[in-house]
Structures are given as C-alpha cells and as structure tokens.
Design a protein around this ligand. Structure first.
Ligand SMILES: Nc1nc2c(ncn2[C@@H]2O[C@H](COP(=O)(O)OP(=O)(O)O)[C@@H](O)[C@H]2O)c(=O)[nH]1
Ligand SMILES: [Mg+2]
Length: 474
C-alpha cells in the first residue's frame, strides 16, 4: 500500500495462530504497542528491542519461575510494516499442544491480553491495512472449500473489488460536488454540473452494478457450494449414486425401500467447485411416521436446491403417476435446474425397454425424451457425464464469463442493491428535472451504501458480525 497510514497502536494482544494439534511448529502472534518489550520479558536471547524489523532470532522462553518452556524463533515486525500495522512479534515454537499452550500462557503472564476472534484482522482494518471487503476475503480464504472459492477470495483479497468500488465512489463524489457547488450559487443561476454527463455517469453506474449483482448468483454458488438434491422413488438408487459420486460409503444402501429416512448431506468437490449433495428419503406415500417426516424433509430440500437430480430406475415401468410426480416437483421449484436420469442401466436387459408406454400410447414420445442421461452407479457408466451436466446446469443460468469480478457476499449484494436504488432514484430525478438538492440527497445515499462495502462507512454492528466469523488468532 502506498498511502500513508495512520496507525493507532493498541495494547498488545496474543493468540496461538496455528490450529491446535500436534505438528512441527506452532506460531503465536503478539501485536500492539510495546509487543517487543513484552516478549523480551520472558525471552532469553538477544536484546530484541535493538534489532531491525523483519528479522528472525533464536532464543528461549522462560517462565516466571525461571524454568525453560521452549526453544523458539521470534520474527520481528516494526509498525507499520506488519499484518495489523502494529508492532508485531511472531513466535515459532515446537508444535505440541501443551508446549504451545505453555508458551502462550507465559506470554500472558507478562500482562499481554488474549486476542478475541478476528482481532488481528480487525486492527489491520482499523489501521487501513485492509479494506473491509478484503478483511472478509481473509475469512473466505480460510473457509474456502473448493479451488474456485480460493480464487474468488484471492481476487477480493487483492483489492480488485475495493478498487472498483472506490472508483465508483470517486465519480459520484465529483458529481455531487458539482451539484452542491451549483446549490451554493443558486441565486446566480449558474450551472456547474453538466446534466448530460451526469446522466451518462449514472447510466454507466447502473450497468456496472447490474453486472455485479448478476455475478452474485455465481459468487454464491462458488462460495457456499452448489446444493444438489437427489430425489426420486425409493430404491431408484439415490444413495448408491451419492456414494459413487463422493467415492465413499456415506449413505446406507439396501434393497429395502425406505432405507434412507433422513436427508444426508455430503460435500463433494468437482471441477474446482464445491457441491453439497443431499441424499433424500425419496418420495412415496407412507404410513410410517419416521419415513413420512423423511419425505417432508425431502420436499424441503427440493425447495432449497440449486440443482435437482431426479432418479428413475430404468427397470421400473414409467407410469403416468410418476410422470405427474415429476411435473409437480418441477413446478414446486420452477427456477431450479432439473435433471432427470435413468438409473441402474446395467440391469437393463435388451428385452426390457426403458420406457413403458403401456398406459397412454400418445404420451410415449413425451416420456422417451424425459431422461437427460442413463447411468449405472455400480459400473460407473455415465457418471462423468452426469458430473459435468450438474456443473453445467448449475452455472448455465448465470451469465458469468469467468474473468469479471464476482460478488460472493450477501452483505455486498445488499449494499449494491441499495446503491442501485439510489442511482435509479437520482436518474428519475434528473429526468424529472428535480432540483439539485434532491439529486444530491440520492447521490449521498448511494455513496453511503457503496462505502459500507469497503468500510469507509461502517458501524460497530457490521464490524462485530464480520469479525466474529473469524477464528481466534486471525
Ligand atoms: N445393478 C445395480 N443396482 C443398483 C444400482 N443402483 C442401486 N442399485 C441397487 O438398488 C437398491 C436400492 O438402492 P439405493 O441406493 O438404496 O436406492 P435409494 O432408495 O434410491 O437410495 C440397492 O440394492 C442397490 O444396490 C445400479 O446402478 N445398478
Ligand atoms: Mg436411499
């Protein structure tokens, strides 16, 4: 960052920043005014206060009773060149659970406070090291469960969304300044603001924000995963397919109809994306109360799905009743991509046609087209095609070109939506020849909404809700 930072250094805080567990090394971070001097109180080695920033030194941590706790390496960062912007020490100790805990407690014994969840990143934000959207990207990066989610978090962390938002804001600030200048000279009846230019600017903003809002549909799928619900009659092969897709026996499979009673959720990575597969109890009328609850949950899962995969055993006659069930399902989630697959293809003998048009001959053509794909979960036939198909339909409705910015957070989407409303209202005002003071109100409101994304405008509640998502030590 090239801009000059105004660092407010708070009291030192410490946390174990590596996961609790056994490993080669654990790292404890200390940040805040006087951190180096505090660490020195329990460190035997060189005089850390006399050493330059960005250097690493060997030494020993000694507890208040003079006992050796661990041999460590300390890394020194002078303000403002650290993650938080504050004076920071990172202590690498041996990665045992107890030894790390003891080093940490020895540090606390010097009067250093334990850090709250996300407190280091919050300090980095307050010191201007990161925009709020970048701080959120840090959390996204840590929580990312797929390659694409890592890419999206990295893009946001690099500041590209923030830069975009700042450019928007600057243009609005310039336009607002012109209008307000005009208001100051209202008696003289001069025009500073070029109304055509302003209109063009607002139209451009509208287009750009519209594109960003559209990207949220992909952004959400990339960040949260694609909810893929497997549904169909009992014994269609839903649980077998789920196991085949994830490559492990996650759902119980038997030939007893009604084996899966509750929905089973499993994460599955494919093509860089995270899918959240839901195996359902399936649909059928039942007197069993537990199974009935399972059927109700299946229907709920369908409502929340991003993609619905309907499984139909090719060896069973395709009845009008089932056809109607499929249609009903489709109409209960009209917006959701719906794939119908024929299953257990390996069991299908030549003599047994997949489509049993025994009920109404005139519907035959309608039926034979309904299956998008035939598969066998046991032999693996058609599974690669199915995986690609799920991915394709999940992303099909989104007009995402892969290169442009992605909005992945609902908080950002809400802020862009608000901005859009204010921009549209300003445009209406401009067309309706409203006076400058009304325009200025809309533009200021747009500025406010945009400012919440990067954190130029913020409040305690927003900060609390964002930083509480972090783990302790970040
Ligand atoms: N031959 C064959 N049998 C399958 C296939 N898929 C499932 N089955 C069998 O069909 C029965 C029901 O499968 P299951 O996955 O429990 O169905 P669900 O009720 O839809 O979850 C079990 O006996 C499975 O072994 C397949 O592709 N080929
Ligand atoms: Mg099952």
């Amino acid at each position: 960052m090239s801009e000059i930072l105004s660092i407010t250094e708070k009291k030192p805080i410490a946390a174990i920043t590596t996961p609790i567990g056994e490993g080669g090394i654990a790292v404890i971070r200390v940040s805040g005014r006087g951190s180096i001097a505090k660490v020195q109180e329990c460190f035997k080695g060189k005089d850390l206060g006399a050493l330059p920033s960005h250097t690493i030194h060997f030494g020993r941590i000694i507890d208040p009773k003079g006992r050796l706790v661990d041999e460590v390496l300390v890394s020194l960062f002078h303000s403002p060149k650290s993650y938080t912007g504050e004076e920071t020490v990172e202590i690498s100790c041996h990665g045992g659970i107890l030894v790390t805990q003891r080093v940490y407690e020895t540090l606390l014994a010097t009067g250093i406070h334990p850090a709250q969840a996300g407190e280091f990143t919050q300090r980095a934000f307050l010191n201007g090291k990161l925009g709020l959207e970048q701080a959120e990207a840090v959390a996204d990066l840590i929580h990312a469960r797929s390659v694409k989610a890592v890419d999206a978090a990295n893009q946001q962390l690099s500041g590209s969304l923030g830069t975009y938002v700042k450019e928007f804001r600057q243009q609005i600030i310039d336009a607002t300044a012109m209008i307000e200048l005009e208001l100051d000279f209202i008696e003289e009846d001069v025009e500073f603001a070029n109304k055509d230019q302003l209109q063009q600017l607002l139209l451009d903003l509208k287009t750009a924000i519209h594109r960003l809002l559209e990207s949220y549909e992909v952004g959400r799928l990339v960040k949260d995963g694609i909810k893929t619900v497997l549904i169909g009659r009992p014994n269609a092969g839903k649980s077998t397919l789920l196991n085949a897709l994830v490559g492990s026996e996650r759902a119980i499979v038997t030939d007893i109809a009604g084996t899966t009673r509750d929905t089973v959720d499993v994460e599955w990575n494919h093509g860089g994306l995270l899918f959240r597969l839901t195996d359902t109890a399936g649909l059928r009328e039942t007197a069993d109360r537990v199974e009935a609850e399972g059927v109700r949950r299946s229907q709920q899962a369908v409502k929340e799905a991003d993609v619905i995969v309907y499984l139909r055993d090719l060896n069973q006659p395709f009845t009008i009743k089932e056809m109607n069930e499929i249609k009903q399902l489709q109409s209960s989630a009209v917006e959701t991509p719906f794939i119908v697959i024929g299953t257990q293809f390996d069991r299908l003998s030549q003599a047994q046609p997949s489509v049993h048009a025994t009920h109404e001959a005139n519907q035959e053509s309608d039926w034979s087209k309904i299956e998008d794909l035939h598969i066998s979960a046991t032999t693996g036939l058609g599974l690669t095609k199915l995986k690609d198909l799920i991915k394709e339909v999940a992303l099909r409705q989104t007009h995402y070109d892969g290169a442009s910015l992605l909005v992945t957070s609902s908080r950002h989407r809400d802020a862009f939506e608000k901005t859009m409303n204010h921009v549209e209202s300003a445009l209406d005002g401009l067309m309706g020849r409203l006076t400058g003071d009304f325009l200025a109100i809309d533009l200021r409101a747009a500025l406010q909404s945009l400012g919440t994304i990067t954190g130029e405008i913020t409040n305690e509640d927003i900060l609390d809700s964002i930083f509480s998502r972090f783990c302790i030590g970040k």
